[in-house]
Design a protein around this ligand. Sequence first.
Ligand SMILES: C[S@@+](CC[C@H](N)C(=O)[O-])C[C@H]1O[C@@H](n2cnc3c(N)ncnc32)[C@H](O)[C@@H]1O
Length: 303
Amino acid sequence: MTDYSILIADDWTDYAVLDSGEGRKLERAGGYTFVRPEPQALWRPRRPAADWDKADAVFAPQNGGDDDDAGRWRFQRPLPERWPLRWRDLRFLSRPTPFRHLAFFPEHAVHWRFAQTHLRARPAGAPQAEALNLFGYTGLATLACAQAGAKVTHVDASKKAIGMARDNQTEAGLADAPIRWIADDALTFVRREGRRGRRYDLIILDPPKYGRGPNGEVWRLEEGLGALLDACAAILAPGGAVIVTVYAVRLSALSLAAAARDAFGDDGAWETGEMCLPHAHDDRLLSTAIFARASGLAGASPP
Ligand SMILES: C[S@@+](CC[C@H](N)C(=O)[O-])C[C@H]1O[C@@H](n2cnc3c(N)ncnc32)[C@H](O)[C@@H]1O
C-alpha cells in the first residue's frame, strides 16, 4: 500500500508565496519580491494589484508562461547578484537565474526533513551514512544531508550548478563536510557506481523533464526514468531510503510511485503525492511537483 500525501513546505521564514493567480506567483525571498510564471495558478490573484506592481523583479516568459523556461528578468530596482537565505539553520544563497528560478526549489524542503530524519536514525556504532543526490542543482538537499552527518555524493551535469552548490557549502559553514562534487551524467554515474559495488543509504533524485550530461548524453524523463530507478535500486543499501521528485511532466503521483516500487520493491513505507507551497495570507496551496519516497527498503544484495 502506498500512502497518498499532500506535503506542505510550511517551515520557511525567509521565503513565502505572497499571492498567486492568472498563471503567475508573487514571492518573497529574503528582503526581495519576485513575480514568476506559475502554470498551476489558474485562479484569480487575491492581493491588490499594487502589491504585484511593486515586486523587485519580474520574469517575463517568452512563450506565455507554460513550462518552458525561456524568458528574461526585468528588474524594477537594482538587486545584489546574490543574497543569503536560511531554511531552518541551513544558510544558502539565492539569486535570479537565467532559467527563471531563484537558485532553489522551496517545496523541496519537505524532503530535506525526511532525509535528515532517515540519516540521523542510525543505530549506534553503524558506519557513517552515505547519501547520493542526483541532479543536485545548487546542493541544498546535499547540504541538508551533510548537516545530518552523512557523507554525500552530489552529481550534476552542470559545472556552473556545482559551482553554485559549492558556494552554498561555504555559506552553510559546511566547508569541511565530506561532500564529493561530481560533474557527470546521472545515469552513467549510477551505473558506474553499480559496477564498483558501491552502496548508498539514501538516494535523492530530482530529474528534469529534459537535460544533457556533460558529454552530450540526452536525458528525457519519460524514456529514462525506469532505467535510472533500476540503476539506483542496484546501489541502495539494505534498509535504505529513496526520494524521487518530478516536475512539469504529465505523470500522476500514483504512476511515479508504481514505477519506483517496481524498481525498489514493496518493502518499506511508501508514500506518494504532491509537494505544495502554502500562501502567506490565505489557505490556498500551490502544488508544484509530485513525489514518491520510502524508507526501510530491502536494498540491493551485497556486491
Ligand atoms: C534539479 S534538476 C531540475 C528539476 C527541477 N526541480 C525541475 O524544475 O524540473 C536540474 C538539474 O539537473 C541537472 N541535469 C540535467 N541533465 C542532467 C544529467 N543528464 N545528468 C546529471 N544532471 C543533469 C541540471 O544541470 C540541473 O542542475
